[in-house]
Ligand binder design. Structure first.
Ligand code: ATR
Length: 257
């Protein structure tokens, strides 16, 4: 890679970031297109997020992606946000326009495009269960509702966060039915009865030995399994594959944005 005085800096803020594939394919894309840009992984601790965002201006960084766990907290630090961020409350991309920081969210769009184009799955009128209630879950749930799903179930380890997400969605999409189930209920045999799409938005599966949140017996043959984790083949994806179910991981979402 040819870094010069003119090279413009971009990157990703997150914790962890070691697993991120973005630097690999973003730098490859810059090289292939001949753009004078570089993409750097920045490990940003929660308590340093404000300083890091100020650093975008101070260091004239052109833009950054935002990942776990900053997608929600970063919003209040920005100068301007697009309509998706307004609706979803989470941003995954910041653009620096002469010191004005504008937030965007491409997660939801990337998810929809990937599940439709790579997965051949049409969300309209489908029943969905989402594991997790973090930033990614806000973006994906919001987009799925916009696409016309018929119902949504949220299951999260911390129930309070699931309630916040439900309240947020019901405020934005009045009358849309959002159901919360307790985290323990994910073990129920009939958990996925009638459900068309299961989406894991938690970080479970990123590391070998992570707990598998769903048991094999609840997966039925009509289910589509989407795991946003992409740094390794998760046990959830292995299980879906072994059972012959349609499935996708988050790489397809990342490259679709
Ligand atoms: P992101 O912005 O990528 O969604 P996040 O906001 O930090 O990241 O959210 C991470 C999600 O993974 C949360 O739903 C979190 O559950 P809690 O709300 O209970 O923290 C979930 N998560 C992370 N580790 C988990 C684990 N070991 N078991 C179950 N859920 C987990």
């Amino acid at each position: 890679m040819d870094i010069k005085g003119t090279t413009k800096i971009t990157g990703v803020f997150g914790n962890p970031v070691e697993h991120s594939l973005s630097p690999v394919f973003q730098n490859a894309a810059f090289q292939a297109t001949g753009l004078d840009y570089v993409y750097i992984p920045f490990l940003v601790l929660q308590e340093n997020l404000k300083k890091a965002v100020d650093g975008i201006r101070a260091l004239n960084i052109k833009g950054v992606n935002i990942t776990i766990p900053h997608k929600s907290n970063v919003v209040k630090l920005l100068d301007d946000i697009d309509d998706d961020v307004k609706i979803l409350g989470v941003a995954n991309t910041i653009l620096n326009e002469n010191g004005i920081l504008k937030g965007f969210n491409t997660d939801g769009k990337g998810f929809i495009r990937s599940i439709q184009e790579d997965g051949g799955f049409t969300p309209k009128d489908k029943k969905v269960l989402i594991l997790g209630a973090g930033g990614t879950s806000y973006a994906i749930a919001g987009r799925l509702i916009k696409e016309g799903i018929s119902s949504l179930i949220i299951c999260n380890r911390t129930k309070e966060k699931a309630i916040l997400l439900k309240n947020h969605l019901e405020k934005k999409f009045t009358f849309f039915p959002v159901k919360i189930i307790n985290f323990e209920e994910r073990k129920n045999k009939d958990l996925l009865n009638g459900v068309d799409l299961l989406v894991n938005t938690t970080s479970c599966g990123m590391k070998e030995g992570d707990e598998l949140l769903i048991s094999e017996e609840v997966l039925h043959k009509n289910l589509f399994v989407y795991d946003v984790v992409y740094n390794r083949k998760t046990e959830l994806i292995k299980m879906a594959q072994d059972k012959g179910l349609r499935h996708l991981n988050g790489l397809s979402m990342l490259t679709a944005t």
